[in-house]
Write a protein that binds this ligand. Sequence first.
Ligand code: NAD
Length: 251
Amino acid sequence: MEEQFLKNKVAVVSGGARGIGRAIVKKLAQQGCHVTFNYLVSEQLAKDLEKEVLNTGVRCRAVKVDVKDFAGVKAWMDQIERDWEKIDILINNAGIIADKALMMMSQQDWKSVIDTNLNGMFHMARSCIVKFMKQRRGDIVNISSVSGLIGLPRQTNYSATKGAMNAFTKALAKEVAGYGVRVNAVAPGFIETDILAGLSDEFRQEILKTIPLGRIGDVEDVANCVKFLLSPAAAYLTGQIIQVDGGLAIR
Ligand code: NAD
């Protein structure tokens, strides 16, 4: 059902071609929101999604930009603001893993995850925050992870970035609340995406034992929470890290 609160808003979604980002792009577009998203390598998926969303009657633009490239990210956002006259929403979704025990982790494994997940988020947020402050309106939702809340073995690099993302969310929420800008995060647990597709049945059963609600999450579970955070029902929420994890990391 289409509600009105996202109608004719402009959203920027990083890493929107597949997985959770793709579900978020579709969810926002279904609500009448114009959406631009970037991709790195998934060109065909990005173009297919762009076409699908355009067919629903809203604007959509898939752009090949690496979130690690500050100048590229800024140019993308500035161009969208020129062409579509505003940006209302930023969803920081692009992220990677390079799981390894610390004793085996290379500097490259460490740096690539920090550069994408953490520096990428900075590049995205820095490129739109002044726009949001000037218009005295804006919403940022960061896609974090329970790994950043409870820490997971073989993910020191990833947990560090998601923990930092949570701290960034709280700090920026306080900094810009007076400008009418809200900043929140969603921390998913295990969600059914390409990352989990390769898991053995045995390991999948082990994972299920750790999830009180007894199932792996769906990308829709995350997209629905993002939609809620952008809705008037969440108008009094800022600086929050909402776990969408079936109870996996209840603390
Ligand atoms: P995914 O790998 O399917 O999608 C990630 C997207 O980010 C891809 O489209 C990829 O191209 C894009 N991306 C990666 N590096 C990029 C870069 N440098 N520049 C531009 N785009 C880039 O993964 P997903 O599972 O959909 O994850 C989305 C987000 O959700 C990530 O931040 C991830 O950490 C988080 N998350 C996922 C899970 C899960 O179980 N799937 C759990 C917790 C958190």
